[in-house]
Design a protein around this ligand. Structure first.
Ligand SMILES: [Zn+2]
Length: 217
């Protein structure tokens, strides 16, 4: 009985968690997804998906303020529902890469970028992680974010109850976040860096965890 109860409890704990409400995130989560949809699927499909997500107001005009995380989730869910899974993943991956590019161009000063590129990768890693934490509102709203790195050059970013969790919008994992972080860390720390989500609130975990590994070189 004890083992049956324990497995029932375990199964219950792995159910998808309800979406947290009230988070505001950077508008690029919408703007760059629109760019990616236009590039990969064409503007007609993009219009259909924005309309399906209730985001007609941003078909032609960029939001110029923080957006509700629920709107981003609605768009991700519309993409997951309408597109074949590989294509849907490409859209989120491209949108994440473009968002990383926006952060590089607008949020990290050029002198800081030069400094990071000049540092050995194992030293640059924790410095960039601190900067990522400072700007976590752009990709995690008000959710608690913890970052860290060990002496072997392995870093991690943990978003508690991730309000932009693609895993809760119909994707296998948080592809958009992986792509945002990959763009930042590959450009400023090491070109061979890998970023992989190893726990996801979409799978019933309390947080989304992203592991960052420097290249084997
Ligand atoms: Zn996740």
């Amino acid at each position: 009985m004890a083992s049956a109860a324990s497995s029932t409890l375990q199964a219950a704990s792995m159910q998808p968690r309800p979406m947290p409400a009230g988070h505001r995130v950077g508008p690029n989560a919408i703007i760059q997804t629109r760019e990616a949809l236009d590039a990969i699927c064409g503007s007609e499909m993009r219009r259909t998906l924005f309309a399906a997500a209730g985001l007609g107001r941003w078909q032609e005009h960029d939001p110029d303020h923080l957006v509700d995380a629920g709107d981003v989730q609605a768009l991700s869910a519309a993409i997951a529902r309408a597109l074949p899974s590989r294509k849907a993943e490409r859209v989120l991956s491209m949108a994440g890469g473009l968002t990383g590019g926006y952060i590089l161009a607008n949020r990290i000063p050029p002198f800081a970028q030069r400094l990071l590129r000049a540092l050995p990768a194992r030293c640059a890693l924790p410095v960039l992680l601190m900067a990522v934490k400072r700007h976590s509102w752009t990709f995690a709203g008000a959710a608690p974010v913890t970052c860290g790195a060990d002496w072997r050059g392995r870093g991690w970013i943990i978003i508690e109850d991730n309000p932009l969790c693609a895993g809760r919008a119909g994707f296998e994992r948080c592809i958009w976040h992986e792509a945002v972080f990959k763009r930042l860390f590959s450009e400023l720390v090491s070109p061979g860096v890998t970023v992989q989500e190893t726990a996801c609130t979409g799978g019933g975990q309390p947080s989304c965890r992203f592991d960052i590994r420097l290249s084997a070189r």
